[in-house]
Write a protein that binds this ligand. Structure first.
Ligand code: ATP
Length: 317
């Protein structure tokens, strides 16, 4: 196990009655790609903003490279780059001018600026757009530029708050290729997303729900934490079947995947055996079934819906 670069110790943030983040304890190892996953309003941005020294924690503490994120926030700032959820570039400035602006704001030594900009443009594949106004770039290219700007002071850690939100699959792939390149150079990446396919691409993932950390593990460990096989059923007509099966006492939940129904149940084998003997839904036609491996979407569903019966405890990370 590597050494932790970020440590959270019972970190909390309250806004009046709203418990945005509650007692978050977590460690993130150097060189990892940590995916912070959760629904809208779960507390992801608030956590990142506390880690970046932009929001004062209500209680608890957090450190980056052993520096307290609030008390030492001026010094911590040199240790990370931050790509915020909202567009943080100057649209009237060109790509090159944006990079120079951020280099100045981060006090990059003058003699270094040209070399760094060249390298970042190469890394993000934006060399040809160097003199284009950033407002004229596609959404995906703007995000790549935002990352380049966040890296201009060569920080060892990068925070990204939903960087792929609103991007098409091609640009999302391009963004992830860049993140892998960065990870390869030793940069630790902390990324929030609500796309579960992106969770698969992280080395570690943490689920946050209503401000609380539900679990943290590698995607592989998360998927192995299912203690049952998952049953997928083909039933006609599918939508009435979805609603009907959800009412069954032994069924914890049902989700629709590519036209099939994925069933969460403590003992799905028994359920199938019983249904084979007697199918209790005459209005529905059972056309087939198969056993499938859980993916991160299933994991998220099980954790966020509290389907404890299908989960076994995770090994201590
Ligand atoms: P999203 O995916 O929508 O960005 P999130 O997981 O990042 O959501 P947060 O933005 O951290 O969630 O919000 C967590 C909770 O804290 C929400 O209920 C939100 O309304 C509340 N909240 C966040 N910032 C503030 C603020 N400045 N004042 C009051 N409430 C806030």
């Amino acid at each position: 196990m590597g050494d932790p670069v970020i440590l959270l110790d019972h970190l909390s943030k309250h806004y009046g009655e709203t418990r945005a983040v509650q007692e978050l304890s977590l460690s993130i190892e150097r060189g990892s790609i940590f995916g912070f996953l959760g629904a809208n309003g779960a507390g992801k941005t608030t956590t990142i903003r506390m880690l970046c020294g932009l929001v004062r924690p209500t209680s608890g503490r957090a450190s980056i490279s052993a520096l307290d994120v609030w008390r030492d926030r001026q010094r911590v700032r040199q240790k990370f780059g931050y790509v915020a959820q909202r567009f943080s570039l100057y649209r009237d400035l060109t790509v090159d001018e944006n990079l120079r602006f951020f280099a100045g704001a981060c006090r990059v030594p003058g003699a270094e600026v040209d070399r760094r900009i060249r390298r970042l443009l190469q890394l993000t594949d934006l060399e040809e757009k160097r003199n284009a106004p950033s407002g004229s770039l596609s959404g995906g290219m703007r995000q790549l530029l935002a990352i380049a700007c966040a890296l201009v002071h060569e920080p060892p850690l990068l925070f990204l708050d939903e960087p792929t939100s609103g991007l098409d699959p091609l640009h999302r792939q391009q963004m992830w290729n860049l993140l892998y390149d960065l990870s390869n150079t030793g940069i630790t990446i902390f990324i929030t997303t609500h796309y579960m396919d992106e969770a698969e691409r992280c080395t570690d993932a943490g689920f946050i729900d209503q401000g609380r950390l539900l679990a943290k593990a590698s995607p592989r460990a998360f998927k192995a934490s299912f203690n049952t096989k998952l049953l997928e059923l083909d039933i006609d007509p599918v939508m009435p079947a979805l609603l009907r099966l959800r009412e069954e006492a032994e069924v914890l939940g049902v989700s629709l995947r590519s036209g099939s129904l994925r069933l969460y149940a403590a003992e799905p084998e028994k359920l199938v055996a019983r249904w084979r003997e007697r199918w209790p839904f005459p209005e529905l036609q059972w056309k087939g079934e198969r056993w499938v491996e859980p993916d991160m979407e299933d994991v998220f569903t099980a954790y966020s819906q509290g389907y404890q019966a299908v989960l076994k405890p995770l090994p201590t990370p």
